[in-house]
Design a binder for this molecule. Structure first.
Ligand SMILES: Nc1nc2c(c(=O)[nH]1)N[C@H]1C(S)=C(S)[C@@H](COP(=O)(O)O)O[C@H]1N2
Ligand SMILES: [Mo]
Length: 445
């Protein structure tokens, strides 16, 4: 394994392998290659979803796969996300509630900067709170001693820790389902990896004293329901107590060394790594310890639940039978450099690649890349994660046989030997658990 500095050096373009990558067009597009310069005709074809690669259903070329508008839909490029402190390259997926994802090429940092971190809300954004350390939350329910604690008390009474961990939306990858799942059409950008500082949720639950009946949690935040109805929660999810007691499940007040930004749930949020980020309640007001599985907003039915008996894609299901709550997120890898749609100088034969891989509760066993649509795979070098739930940064170089159009594919395999599929699988109405391999298009010459 390489350390981070070695990884950066290895990935730095060297003079003899022509690292002169330049994006096609000004703004790389989710629709793939943008119209621009000599690529206009290829770009136009790609933007309209013309199949340039495999004709297999759900396996269109990388150039057309990324956010190609549905047949008949008005061709509409990605909507930029305009929010204070956020990179303009983020892509707005919805403004009510406010949701924005990070294109793969912006996940190129070892630690995702706050400006590039995805944003997901289910309700209105909580009122901006200036209390900081005076913010308080409650621990109630199946505990001996219900607690009300301020952030200041968390800081002084418990042992702080900092962990670099992936936060990933349960719906990440949803747009790859055929037919589409209901909800925000995430590509791979509903994820980021930040340094989270806070205390172990387990330490606080122990201080409250768990009763024998303490089997599940339920989480509440201060954000109003989208409708403004005070009787409803924007979202309120919960988990088995074993997950809550893991040392990496944290009450967090800082992100990348800064006070937790308002949009990411400051002054206080939960970070429950490995599982759908909907458990990682922002603007945390209450953790309810329960005997029974939580029944809040976003629990039950088909919400954050997967079929235990595979469904016919597109069929109706209410989730009442043969569905189970999502636990670990599936294995995923992305190419973060070069960007999809990069044009390389004629004669370029060596292409350096950089990326990331992660696998929910599991470790990454290997990451492989292919330039011939998966006929042959080669391994890349992985850096050592900082701690459990950190992502793996990887680098590699692929050789191209000629000028022309190529796709680079990446797939990761988790520590159980489970690899990313070629297409999204286990279709479900709300489109969870979709993790097909990531593909980028490059044009040489
Ligand atoms: N209070 C509250 N917490 C929340 C949510 C929310 O809508 N309200 N959304 C959840 C979901 S679905 C995700 S994916 C993550 C997103 O966290 P981020 O906006 O900091 O990226 O927050 C989770 N925590
Ligand atoms: Mo989410």
């Amino acid at each position: 394994m390489l350390n981070e500095a070695q990884l950066r050096d290895a990935a730095a373009p060297s003079p003899d392998n022509d690292g002169a990558t330049r994006p096609i067009g000004r703004q790389p597009s989710r629709r793939g290659l943008l119209l621009g310069g000599s690529l206009a005709s290829l770009g136009a074809a790609a933007g309209l979803g013309l199949p340039l690669g495999s004709g297999a259903a759900g396996l269109t070329s990388a150039a057309s796969a990324q956010g190609a508008p549905a047949a008949g839909a008005a061709p509409k490029g990605p909507q930029p996300f305009d929010y204070p402190g956020k990179d303009k390259g983020l892509v707005l997926l919805g403004d009510r509630p406010l949701v924005a994802e990070t294109p793969e090429r912006l996940l190129d940092d070892d630690t995702t900067p706050i400006g590039k971190f995805f944003v997901r809300n289910n309700g209105q954004i909580a009122e901006e709170n200036k209390q900081g350390d005076a913010w308080s939350f409650k621990v109630e329910g199946e505990v001996d001693k219900p607690l009300t604690l301020t952030v200041a008390e968390l800081k002084s009474r418990f042992a702080p820790q900092t962990m670099r961990m992936v936060l990933e939306c349960g719906g990440n990858g949803r747009s790859f389902f055929q037919p589409p799942g209901r909800g925000n059409q995430w590509t791979n950008g509903g994820a980021g990896c930040a340094e989270w500082t806070g205390v172990r949720l387990a330490d606080v639950l122990k201080a409250a004293g768990l009763k024998d009946g303490a089997k599940f949690t339920g989480h509440y935040g201060a954000d109003p329901h989208l409708s403004g109805d005070a009787g409803k929660d924007a979202i309120s999810r919960g988990m088995p107590i074993e997950k809550a007691m893991e040392p990496h499940s944290m009450l967090v007040w800082a992100m990348n060394g800064e006070p937790l930004p308002h949009i990411h749930g400051g002054p206080l949020r939960l970070v429950v790594p490995g599982w759908p980020a909907s458990l990682s309640s922002k603007w945390l007001t209450r953790v309810l310890v329960r005997k029974d599985p939580h029944d809040g907003q976003g629990m039950g039915g088909t919400s954050y639940r997967l079929p235990t008996i595979p469904l016919v894609p597109g069929s109706n299901a209410d989730g009442k039978t043969n569905f189970a709550d999502m636990t670990s997120m599936p294995v995923r890898s992305i190419i973060t450099a070069p960007a999809n749609g990069t044009r390389l100088d004629a004669g370029t034969r060596q292409v350096p690649l950089r990326g990331a891989a992660w696998a929910g509760d599991h470790d990454i066993q290997k990451v492989e890349v292919s330039v011939d649509a998966g006929q042959r795979w080669q391994m890349v070098s992985m850096a050592k994660p900082k701690n459990r739930y950190d992502w793996v940064r990887w680098v590699g170089t692929v050789a191209l046989p000629s000028d022309g159009y190529f796709e680079v594919w990446v797939r990761a395999t988790d520590s159980r030997g489970v690899a990313q599929p070629h297409v999204a699988t286990n279709w479900n109405p709300q489109g969870y658990g979709s993790n097909p391999l990531h593909r980028i298009a490059v044009l040489v010459g």
